[in-house]
Design a protein around this ligand. Sequence first.
Ligand SMILES: Nc1ncnc2c1ncn2[C@@H]1O[C@H](COP(=O)(O)OP(=O)(O)OP(=O)(O)O)[C@@H](O)[C@H]1O
Ligand SMILES: [Mg+2]
Length: 493
Amino acid sequence: MNFKSIRFKIFSSYAAILIAILWMFSVLVYSNQKKILLDDVDQLLLLKAQDIVDAIAIYQERERDDSPGAGPAAVENQADFAAMTQRWVKEKAEDPKLNDIIVRIYGPNGRILASSVALPAPLALAWNFFNQGQGEKAFFQTVKTHFASGEPEEIRFCFIPISNDSLSSFAVEVGKPLASAEKSLYRLRQTMVFLFPLAVVLSGVAVFFLSGVLLNPLNQVIRTVRQIRAENLALRIRVPDTGDEIRHLAETFNRILEDLEQAFTSQKQLIQDISHELRTPLTILKGEIEVILKKNRPVDEYKAVLQGSLEEVNRIYRMVENLLTLSRFDSHEVSLASRPVALGDLLNEVITDMKTVARQKGMTLRYDSKTAGAVFVTGDEQHLRRAFLNILDNAIKYSPAGQAVDVTLSLTPDGSLVEAAIRDRGEGIAPEHLPYIFNRFYRADPSRGGPGYGLGLSLVKTIIEAHRGTIQLQSLPRQGTTVIVALPIIKKI
Ligand SMILES: Nc1ncnc2c1ncn2[C@@H]1O[C@H](COP(=O)(O)OP(=O)(O)OP(=O)(O)O)[C@@H](O)[C@H]1O
Ligand SMILES: [Mg+2]
């Protein structure tokens, strides 16, 4: 058993709470029962004592009537109160009501006048009480004493002092051994001693098994999670039909697995793509260098091969650089400058830079920024320049010679965004390629447009989105492509 497991924690805390509650409950029931029993005894004793007090009063009355002209003092003098009470106790000795009951009558000064049983010592019940003259008020007390059997016994006494006048004052004391009450309390204790552990054990076992059943889905989750490795990220946790926290846990975990699997797959794909893309140019480079080194050649031939190789190396270098930028953006390692950039000026510069390339293909680059005026966006000029260079590079690369490319800068109707539209009249992109066009290494038709690695547009998208902008690409085959970049503006002059 794992003492740190949730199951054990549930079990142990439940057992502790149950024991505490049962204990409290038992103590309450027991003390309540004890009080009820004692109240019963007290009530009986009071009745008996009152009976005897009344009987003595009647007796006194009769004695007085038998000797007319005599007052209470005379009764005491003439008939001797002690003898009278002894007679009375004797008379009452056979009374079945007195069964098991001790009756004692005290005379003035606490002298025992009559007693139904021989007790080893006077019980000295609240004698002070009597002496203090708080008469006619029943008083109860439990006293442990040696009874006839010799065993110490608990006896409950009711004591009623009657003070008529100093001479005829007396007290009645009625006692009853608490054995029978003690017996039923003992039986109650026994029942509790038996039921208490039984209740704890039975409910403890029930909770132990129940918690096992409830936690079983969680253990299944743990078992599945333990099997998950980088190689089998496709594994999913069975979602239990419980609708509880375990179900939420399983669902959350499956979502994480989904994300992880996707990340892993795209990572794998990326490595495959990089290897694939590098292999071809490196093979060519390797071949060319090997061939040229096979024999001595004129310097011009070396130069030509080196020139070709340098171009190839430059392309590879650009690709690696693009990849590096992308991965830095992915891992939020790029610290973008956050300065106002005059987008109109930036586009002008980009167009000027690309004009030479365009001219080589007999193409013209036209720029229209009249409606947008001088708009500023917040961002990193270098990165934005790189993005627009890539878009223009594509527009020139994928257009036939002699075509024009139009760059238009405008504001959206609500004036919050600036839109840069780069429109070419080139070969366009087939609709089936459009959804993937921003993916890394995706090229619609690698045979067209010359060299490239399919990284340009994904880099553009990453940069624009890092500037809280959007990029859209509308294209129709043989009609041309329009790339629309929208960026939030900060200032318009
Ligand atoms: N203006 C365009 N006209 C036609 N096709 C385009 C245009 N722009 C992009 N494409 C298509 O989208 C693909 C992806 O473009 P992207 O710029 O990402 O890569 P690339 O130009 O092939 O290579 P790289 O930019 O890495 O040198 C291109 O291969 C091309 O098929
Ligand atoms: Mg490109």
